[in-house]
Structure formats: structure tokens, C-alpha cells
Design a protein around this ligand. Structure first.
Ligand code: NAD
Length: 514
């Protein structure tokens, strides 16, 4: 399967690419991708996984399945770098982020091309994801202003001030669907606050972050402050279990987010684990047909539906044929490809099979397939292509209406009232995003107050809160004991507050209250 032309990726430890540690013969235990514990026999070399191009299914690289020994190296480098890095002023650290920001601008096109290659997004989406990641760097550049502590004379001659201290080595585990943007949700704020980091990219999209760490070095980041360890569940578990890792962020499916969160809790570690989603959009009868139909199609088909913020269920209050007609026309007009406005492939064969299975099952159960993307798989047998698909359900129990499909599939269900729409949305276990399409402020407010979701859109189907706001859902879309990600949630997560109370001069006649 592998040839010498396919690059073999290496971990980035202490400012350089290094081969994974060769594992001696023997046996050990770890967790499989379903979270179960497995016993493995190791060989004298590390194993690699193929990285496949979603466009044509061809192998484009090999990613090491790093072990606890690799994690140990990375954490040791991050631990060694921590005293000097956290000892710098936040203004000094921000200077490096400012240079990094400039380098992202310089290499944005190359980074976007890498995202297109390994992930399959179209070029416009890929560029937008790079720029959105850069926006978090921009936010972190302002940490000197954002993290000024409070100071107050709390008693006569006694001053109390609030300082934020770095935690130490932190770990960031990221999913496949945004190779640059999601790592940038954590990295700039984490290191800007003085922490050092070990990041584990998704084994499905490991290339782009290898370029990012080179840019960090070019920006002047000291060796060891950011390290990359490639791999799968074993590397993640080794990171969580490492006693020198003080906090863990995770973004991925809810099942794994829950596992990661529980494992951290058992060890008493700070954890923020963002999970999957099933986002509901509600179309009120007074919604603007043109704006709503375009927004719904952008939301469910953009990035091939591989966004935790993608629309996947549209509840229409009453049957709205005119809206359906417009959605169908717009979805049918979309073509496969990598140019602006085109729809790229999904990540792999497993994902493609899963998406088609949900469509097949809905159809078999009596749903009408208004737009059928399964034709794209036949037209393009190479790669992992499935077109935008619109399903009109009559059975509320169809699995496509309830499970996260993570593909360009929109499920539509007509309900009779606003409260029936809310009951349906509230009953779903996730709580990432929800959206109300309406021309009425009162209707918008009614839904905004009642949706069971952390991020609500009014006439916006991908209601991503941009900096300085934080990102994060509710319910089974977020696990852990700490805050949202990005924005002020990121500052809170990646620092510990220290309160310092100071007195230099004894005050005459001071009581404990004065
Ligand atoms: P995933 O859960 O399969 O993998 C995420 C990361 O966890 C990867 O780095 C992977 O190597 C690692 N991993 C996999 N199995 C593991 C295990 N058993 N133990 C420890 N680590 C393990 O997710 P994915 O398929 O890469 O990403 C898609 C998912 O991410 C979707 O569910 C999507 O909704 C979600 N997502 C959520 C958000 C959010 O903000 N809530 C953002 C982006 C993506």
C-alpha cells in the first residue's frame, strides 16, 4: 500500500521533526478506537496508518501511530520549556503571536491548499477556515490587554489583586473536520497565557499542522513550547494519563468526548471536551423564502456537512411547499469539486458508507428523497463523493432525524406549531446549535429563550460566535468541568487565578472591617 513517494510523517518535538520512538518487541495494553481496552503485541518499528485523499482515495502519506514513549518525549520537551516560557511577560509572548499572525497571512494560500488536499473542502472553505483560525491568533495577540488583573484596596492599607497563572503542560486533541481552525481554538490562547502544549492532530488530516509548527518556529517560538504527536487513541490516553499534563482539551465525537472527560475526571484533571451535534433549524411561516432557503443550503451542504455547526434537521411550521421548492432547486444546482460554491468529498469510505446507509434507511422507511446525492458516488467511483441530499420525512422516528450523520444531508419534517418544533429540538440529546428563521422579533425571542442549545442563530444557520465570544454547546455536545473554548472561555480554561492580598504599612485604629 505504501510507496517511497508517500511522505512518512514525523512528530514535532522540541522544535524539530523526529521519528517515532521504535517500540521493542513485547506486548502492552491500550484503548481501541471504540474506547475498549485492547492488548497489543508491538514490533520493533512503529506502525503507520495510510492518509488517503478524499478526492480520489489514493494514499498521500503515512502517519505514525505514536505510543506512550513518543508522548513521554513530547511532554518532557514541553515540561522543560515551561519555566522559561511562563516566566516571560505576556507582552513578550504576544510579540511572537503577532509575528505568527503575519506568517499565516503570508502562507494562507499554501495552508488552504493543504486543507483542500487532505480534507477535501473546496478552496474557499479551506481559506475561510485558515482565516478563522488566524482570528483566534489575533484575539490572543491582545492577551496583554485582556488579562489585566483587578486590583482594589479592600481594607485600609490592604490591596487585593487578581493574577492569572499558567497551568503548565496542556494537551489538545483535535478532530479531522477543520485541520487548522480547530487546533487554533486552543493553541494561541494556551501558549499566550504561558502554557506549553502537546497537540495531537487527527490521524486523517495530519499534514497542515506540520506546516503550522514550522511557522511558529519561524515566528520565534522557543523549542518545546508547542509539540505535535501524531497517532490515535493510545497517544490520547497516554497524554491524559501523563502526570505532567495539567489540562486537556478535546474536540470530536460525543462518545469519545465523554470517554476523555471521564478519564480526566478520574485523575482530577481540568478538561474541556466538545462533542458532536444534531443542529435543528426552524422555519416559521413568515420567514424570508430567498434568504432562508439559501442559508439552509449553505448550512447543510457547506463543507460537505462535515461541520459540528451544520444544519441537519429543518422543522417547518406547517407544510411550506414554496420554501421546499427553493431549497430543492438550490441543492440540485450544486456540483462536485474544489472551486468556490462546489461541494467537496467526505473524509473517507467509512463516512461515505454511513451517510448512504442513513439515506437508504430513510427511503426504505417511506421518506421522500427530494434531492438524491447518492448519484455522485456512481458518477465518481474514485474518492468519497456524495452530493447534497434532502429528505422529507413523515415518520418522526427515522434515524436520520436523530443521529449525527456528518455529511451533506438535510432532513425536513413538518410540525404543526412552534411548541411542537421546540419539543422536538429540546428532546434531542445534543445542544450545539439551533436556528430560527422568521421575520418577527417576538418569534425569534420566543425560540431563542427555549432552544436547548448553547449557540443560537436568528436567520443564521451556522451561528458560530466569532471572537471575542466563546464557542461551546450544551448537553451531549460538551463535556468537562470548564467553560467554553476560544474567547474569554479560553483564557479562563488555560489559566489559574491567584488572588494576592498585600499590606505594607500597619494602619492605626483599623478594625477587621475597615
Ligand atoms: P473522533 O472522535 O473520531 O476523533 C477526534 C480525535 O480523537 C482524533 O484526534 C482521534 O484520533 C481521537 N480519538 C479517536 N478515538 C479515540 C478514543 N477512543 N480515545 C481517545 N481518543 C480518540 O472525531 P472526528 O471524526 O475526527 O471528528 C468529527 C466529530 O467532531 C463530529 O462528531 C463533530 O461534530 C465533532 N466536532 C465537534 C466540534 C464542537 O465544537 N463541538 C467541532 C468540530 C468537530
Amino acid at each position: 500500500m505504501f510507496t517511497k513517494d508517500q511522505p512518512k510523517l514525523r512528530n514535532w518535538i522540541n522544535g524539530q521533526f523526529v521519528d517515532p520512538v521504535a517500540v521493542g518487541a513485547g506486548s502492552g495494553s491500550g484503548s481501541g478506537s471504540d474506547g475498549t481496552t485492547t492488548t497489543t503485541t508491538t514490533t520493533t518499528v512503529n506502525d503507520y496508518l495510510p492518509v488517503t485523499s478524499p478526492h480520489n482515495g489514493k494514499v498521500i502519506g503515512q502517519v505514525p501511530i505514536s505510543t506512550a514513549a513518543d508522548v513521554q518525549q513530547a511532554v518532557a520537551a514541553a515540561t522543560a520549556a515551561f519555566p522559561a516560557w511562563s516566566g516571560r511577560t505576556v507582552k513578550d509572548r504576544a510579540q511572537i503571536l503577532i509575528r505568527f499572525h503575519g506568517l499565516i497571512s503570508k502562507y494562507a494560500d499554501q495552508l488552504a491548499d493543504m486543507v483542500v488536499l487532505e480534507h477535501g473542502k473546496n478552496k474557499t472553505e479551506a481559506m475561510a477556515s485558515v482565516l478563522k483560525g488566524q482570528e483566534t491568533v489575533e484575539y490572543a495577540m491582545s492577551l496583554p490587554q485582556l488579562t489585566q488583573g483587578k486590583s482594589l484596596e479592600v481594607s485600609r492599607g490592604v490591596t487585593c489583586c487578581d493574577r492569572r497563572e499558567a497551568l503548565g503542560v496542556v494537551a489538545s486533541v483535535v478532530p479531522f473536520n477543520f485541520p487548522v481552525m480547530v487546533p487554533m481554538w486552543t493553541l494561541p490562547i494556551a501558549i499566550g497565557m504561558g502554557n506549553t502544549m502537546v497537540l495531537k492532530p487527527s490521524e486523517k488530516v495530519p499534514f497542515t499542522m506540520c506546516k503550522i509548527v514550522e511557522l511558529l518556529k519561524e515566528a520565534g517560538l522557543p523549542d518545546g513550547v508547542v509539540n505535535l504527536v501524531h497517532g490515535t487513541a493510545d497517544a490520547v490516553n497516554a497524554l491524559i494519563d501523563h502526570p505532567d499534563v495539567k489540562a486537556v482539551t478535546f474536540v470530536g465525537t460525543s462518545h469519545v468526548a465523554d470517554l476523555v472527560s471521564q478519564r480526566c475526571h478520574k485523575l482530577g484533571k481540568r478538561v474541556l471536551a466538545l462533542g458532536g451535534a444534531k443542529n435543528h433549524m426552524v422555519a416559521a411561516p413568515d420567514c424570508n423564502l430567498e434568504m432562508t432557503s439559501q442559508d439552509v443550503v449553505n448550512s447543510f451542504a457547506g463543507c460537505s456537512g462535515q461541520r459540528c455547526m451544520a444544519a441537519s434537521v429543518l422543522l417547518t411550521i406547517g407544510h411550506q411547499q414554496a420554501l421546499l421548492d427553493k431549497i430543492v432547486a438550490k441543492a440540485e444546482a450544486l456540483r462536485p469539486g474544489s472551486d468556490a460554491g462546489q461541494v467537496g468529498p467526505v473524509i473517507d469510505q467509512v463516512s461515505l458508507d454511513k451517510i448512504k446507509r442513513y439515506i437508504d434507511e430513510a427511503e426504505a422507511g417511506g421518506a421522500r428523497i427530494l434531492v438524491d446525492g447518492r448519484g455522485w458516488t456512481r458518477e465518481q467511483p474514485e474518492g468519497f463523493w456524495v452530493g447534497p441530499t434532502v429528505i422529507l420525512h413523515t415518520n418522526k422516528h427515522d434515524a436520520a432525524l436523530h443521529d449525527e450523520i456528518f455529511g451533506p444531508v438535510l432532513s425536513i419534517l413538518a410540525v404543526e406549531s412552534a411548541d411542537e418544533a421546540l419539543a422536538f429540538e429540546n428532546a434531542n440529546p445534543y445542544g450545539n446549535a439551533a436556528c430560527i428563521y422568521t421575520g418577527s422579533g417576538a418569534t425569534a425571542e420566543y425560540f431563542t429563550q427555549r432552544f436547548s442549545a448553547g449557540m443560537v442563530g436568528v436567520n443564521i444557520g451556522v451561528p458560530v460566535p466569532r471572537e471575542p465570544f466563546s464557542f461551546g454547546g450544551w448537553n451531549r455536545s460538551r463535556f468537562g468541568n470548564h467553560c467554553d473554548i476560544t474567547g474569554d472561555g479560553g483564557i479562563e480554561f488555560f489559566s489559574a487565578r491567584r488572588k494576592v492580598t498585600t499590606k505594607w504599612v500597619r494602619q492605626e485604629n483599623a478594625s477587621w472591617m475597615s
